[in-house]
Ligand binder design. Structure first.
Ligand code: TYC
Length: 112
């Protein structure tokens, strides 16, 4: 939140000289985040996608259903946002669960 005291990038940093400000910024920089995207297909059952969103992505049931419908209607949707290693593990979990059940569901990682 810009302008909030002691918030990274807020007013406090602007009063510091460049070098100190740069060091501060590096120290507090957040790790980059990555979206796990699920893609629509014609064969994976809706109930399977909802259950997967609950199990792997810890979505509450109503939200899981909304994300599934968004994917079904628009072609893709965001299941969750994570650091790169966690996002890649979630994608592998999706493919493993889908393949185990004989469904072609695909997932991928996108930079946030
Ligand atoms: N389109 C699928 C169906 O009609 C449902 C579905 C939703 C499949 C989301 C994949 O990521 C997906 N059964």
């Amino acid at each position: 939140m810009a302008g909030t005291p002691n918030t990274p990038g807020g007013d406090r940093d602007r009063r510091r000289d460049g070098a100190v400000q740069e060091k501060e910024r590096e120290k507090v920089a957040k790790p980059p985040k990555y979206k796990v995207v699920l893609y629509n297909d014609d064969y994976t059952p809706m109930e399977f996608v909802v259950a997967l969103l609950e199990q792997i992505f810890k979505k509450p049931p109503v939200e899981a259903n909304a994300v599934m419908l968004k994917i079904h209607k628009s072609g893709k949707g965001v299941a969750g946002i994570y650091t790169l290693d966690v996002a890649e593990t979630k994608v592998a979990n999706v493919h493993q669960l889908a393949e185990k059940n004989g469904y072609p569901l695909r997932a991928g990682v996108e930079e946030e």
